[in-house]
Design a protein around this ligand. Structure first.
Ligand SMILES: [Fe+2]
Length: 256
C-alpha cells in the first residue's frame, strides 16, 4: 500500500460514515449505527492526522507527537475493549455478527500492538501514555534509552493494517443497520442496559483524554458526543485543553 493509497482509503471510508453522523442525536434502534459511525470517524480522522503529519513534525516536537500518536492507539484499544466486553455482549445470540466482529478485530490487532510497541520504544521508561498507561521495561524493549522517532517507519506500519482496519470499520456500520438489530430480537431495554454499562465505564475514565480526543477529531457540525454544548464548546477547548495540550497541538483544525 503506497502513501497516496492509504490516504485515499482513509478518506473513502470517512465518506461512508458521513451520512450517518450528521443530524440530530439518534435514539433507540437508530442509535448504535449513529454512535458507531461517529466513533469510527474519530478513529480514522485521528489516524489520518497521524499519517499526514508523521514526516513533517520537527525533531524537537517528536516526543509530543509520539504521545499524540499513542492517544490514537489508546483510543482504538479502548474502543475494541468496550465492544468486546460491554457492547456486543449485550446483543442477543440471534445477532449473528458478534463473532464476525470479534474475528475482524483479530485481522489487525497484532499490527496495532506493533505500532504501540514501536511508539512506546520512542519514549523514556516511566512516561504516561494513552488513557492510563505507563511506558515500562519489557521483553520487546531491548534498550533502556528511547529510540529516535522515524515517521517513515510509523507510516510503513500503518500501511500494513489500513485495509483490514477500514474494511472492518465500514462492515460494522452495516451490521448495525437498525432493521438488522430489530430483526435479531434485541429489545429497547437491552439497548438501554448496554448504554448504561458503556457510560459507566466512560465516566470512570473522566474527561482526559477520552472526551478531548473525541471532540477534537469530529467535524463541528455533528451532535456526537451527546454532551452539553457548554462542555464541548467551552470546557474542552478553553479549560480541559491545557491538560495534554502537548498532544492536542497536533489535532486537526476543528474550530476553523
Ligand atoms: Fe466499532
Amino acid at each position: 500500500m503506497s502513501a497516496t493509497d492509504t490516504v485515499k482509503v482513509l478518506q473513502d471510508a470517512l465518506e461512508v460514515f458521513r451520512p450517518h453522523t450528521k443530524g440530530p442525536v439518534r435514539r433507540g434502534f437508530d442509535k448504535p449505527r449513529w454512535e458507531m459511525s461517529n466513533l469510527h470517524t474519530i478513529i480514522l480522522t485521528g489516524l489520518k492526522s497521524v499519517y499526514e503529519k508523521a514526516l513533517t513534525v520537527p525533531e524537537e516536537k517528536h516526543r509530543a507527537f509520539v504521545g499524540y500518536c499513542l492517544q490514537w492507539v489508546g483510543y482504538i484499544i479502548n474502543h475494541h475493549w468496550i465492544e468486546e466486553n460491554l457492547y456486543f455482549t449485550h446483543f442477543p445470540e440471534s445477532f449473528t455478527q458478534t463473532q464476525t466482529i470479534f474475528s475482524e478485530h483479530q485481522t489487525f490487532h497484532a499490527k496495532i500492538e506493533e505500532m504501540k510497541t514501536y511508539l512506546t520504544n520512542c519514549l523514556p521508561i516511566g512516561t504516561k501514555w494513552g488513557l492510563r498507561d505507563t511506558v515500562e521495561e519489557s521483553a520487546s524493549r531491548t534498550q533502556k534509552e528511547p529510540v529516535a522517532f522515524d515517521g517513515a517507519r510509523l507510516k510503513a506500519i500503518i500501511d500494513t493494517f489500513i485495509v483490514p482496519l477500514t474494511t472492518h470499520l465500514q462492515a460494522e456500520i452495516t451490521y448495525l443497520d437498525p432493521e438488522n438489530i430489530k430483526a435479531s430480537g434485541m429489545t429497547e431495554k437491552q439497548l438501554e442496559e448496554m448504554d448504561k454499562a458503556v457510560m459507566a465505564h466512560i465516566r470512570s475514565l473522566g474527561p482526559h483524554p477520552l472526551l478531548m480526543y473525541t471532540v477534537y477529531h469530529l467535524p463541528k457540525d455533528v451532535e456526537f458526543p451527546p454532551a452539553p454544548k457548554f462542555v464541548k464548546r467551552i470546557l474542552v477547548p478553553w479549560i480541559f485543553h491545557w491538560k495534554g495540550s502537548q498532544w492536542w497541538q497536533f489535532c486537526p483544525k476543528r474550530f476553523e
